[in-house]
Write a protein that binds this ligand. Structure first.
Ligand code: NDP
Length: 475
């Protein structure tokens, strides 16, 4: 028998996805650059399903039924290009190459174009859910030609997570769209984690709460509007006690956050598209600042000038934090969805935001009950100008806004950094402002660079003769 799918790259992600395919009854051809990983998978899990062990790329390709479907799960970047090149030389018209790694969407656009010239279908698929998701059901965001989804879609859907019977996998759009939305998903994940971190920090520093108590609060929040995987595992991490010291584990972990790059990519793309994805940007910069350990050490003596005493009513303040977290989270998602809409328009992808809300409800790291609301919002109005203007979110945020202000002002007065809470509130305030100081910016630009401006009371483009008699001229 031939295999219905092949997986090359059998590190954590690849081997778990290969097993997931096998668990769903597919015969899976296995390949890895170093044979040891292939053999380890067969030795440890060979009995879980139908696998075909291969050593060379030629053997691997020959083990597949036509049209061949190969999922590449190797390191993103050059290794992925090398593997694609090797495979493409062996595959035939109509075969499908799927890149399931965290590839940069512009690489995917380039690769798709090159493969389609050679008559091959190239599918850039974002896969989220970490190793656990890969094994038991990830959220999958495949891009690429629609035709390839006909033969591939049902297989990917069957191994994806399911929520209310619906798969967490759908065709996203052409070429780089799948990896683009996966990138923004990861960006939102950064924002979500930063917001959770700020909420935790406030409970610790403003309320002086023991870590175990904070864990209980997150556990409780997980049964309300904030119900989500990240809030759930926050309770787990905060409950963990270090065996060696007896302290909460979080107190012995070095407070310098790492990053692998997808958050940074999201922000770079947001800058290029001109979309104010401030929540994600603050989260990426907060990680960068946390990692500037030497600089931080030397800055530790700087005067705080903190003005405010801690809130006296802890329960009320915890409730305020909950609402600030929720409202800031709505902003982060609103911005992320704006970026996706802008990317989709820029590249002509026709990505449907409601589809993303649907497939992010399960399997992926940002899975949350909240996404049902986003899905409803886009079902009601597919052309929503901002998530903040969907009736449900509008009233939820309006209801939370007093708490949000109390949290940001208390944190600021006490000298506790809340960059994501604060910038999300500033975004909200700017968005709802009738007038912005951008009018002054335009005036300044006209003064030093004759960049012109528009007037609110008549059409046309104007310039003031700043170095002359300061009369206004029409451009
Ligand atoms: P790694 O990113 O650590 O990649 C290791 C795999 O890549 C090994 O199979 C390795 O082969 C192979 N490889 C590296 N260089 C080459 C090369 N030049 N030629 C051929 N093969 C090569 O593995 P992960 O399982 O962590 O991730 C796989 C992909 O999935 C990555 O793109 C990652 O970004 C993405 N991803 C990872 C997630 C995670 O939670 N880890 C979540 C979602 C996506 P060998 O054994 O021979 O060294």
């Amino acid at each position: 028998t031939k295999a219905q799918i092949g997986v090359t790259g059998l590190a954590v992600m690849g081997s778990n996805i290969a097993r997931n395919f096998a668990h769903h009854g597919y015969t899976v051809a296995l390949h890895n650059r170093s044979i040891a990983k292939t053999d380890a998978l067969i030795a440890d899990h060979g009995s879980e399903g139908s696998f075909i062990r291969t050593e060379t790329m030629e053997e691997f390709v020959a083990a597949l039924e036509r049209p061949r479907r190969v999922l590449i799960m190797v390191k993103a970047g050059d290794p992925t290009d090398a593997v694609i090149e090797e495979l493409a030389g062996l595959m035939e018209q109509g075969d499908i190459i799927i890149d399931g790694g965290n590839s940069l969407y512009t690489d995917t656009i380039r690769r798709e174009a090159a493969m389609s010239e050679r008559g091959l279908n190239f599918v850039g698929a974002g896969i989220s859910g970490g190793e656990e998701g890969a094994l038991n059901g990830p959220s999958i965001m495949p891009g690429g030609p629609v035709e390839s989804y006909e033969s591939l879609g049902p297989m990917l859907e069957s191994i994806s997570a399911h929520v209310d019977g619906e798969p967490c996998c759908t065709h996203i759009g052409p070429d780089g769209s799948g990896h683009f939305v996966k990138m923004v998903h990861n960006g939102i994940e950064y924002a979500d984690m930063q917001l959770i971190g700020e909420a935790y920090d406030l409970m610790r520093k403003a309320l002086d709460m023991p870590v175990a108590e904070i864990a209980d609060i997150f556990r409780e929040w997980n049964s309300g509007d904030l119900d989500s995987y990240l809030v759930e595992i926050t309770a787990e991490v905060l409950s963990q006690v270090d065996a060696e010291t007896g302290k909460p584990l979080v107190d012995v972990i070095v407070d310098a956050a790492g990053q692998k790059g997808t958050g940074r990519w999201t922000v770079k793309s947001a800058l290029d598209l001109g979309i104010p994805t401030t929540g994600i940007a603050e989260a990426v910069f907060a990680r960068a600042l946390s990692s500037a350990t030497d600089q931080r050490k030397q800055a530790q003596g700087l005067e705080s000038g903190a003005l405010a005493a801690a809130p006296t009513d802890a329960a009320t303040f915890v409730d305020d934090i909950n609402k600030a977290l929720y409202a800031s989270k709505v902003v982060a998602y609103a911005q992320g969805f704006d970026q996706i809409a802008a990317g989709s328009a820029e590249y002509d992808w026709n990505v449907k935001p409601g589809d993303l809300a649907t497939i992010w409800r399960g399997g992926c790291i940002i899975r949350a009950k909240f996404l049902n609301r986003i899905r409803d919002a886009y079902a009601e109005n597919p052309d929503l100008p901002s998530l903040l203007l969907a009736p449900y979110f509008r009233s939820a945020v309006e209801e939370a806004v007093d708490s949000w202000r109390r949290v940001v002002s208390t944190a600021t007065l006490m000298g506790i950094p809340v960059p994501a809470f604060a910038s999300s509130l500033a975004y909200y305030d700017a968005l709802r402002s009738e007038r912005l100081p951008a009018a002054l910016t335009q005036g300044l630009r006209d003064f030093f660079g004759a960049h012109t401006y528009q007037r609110i009371d008549k059409p046309g483009t104007f310039h003031t003769l700043w170095s002359g008699d300061r009369s206004e001229v029409t451009e």
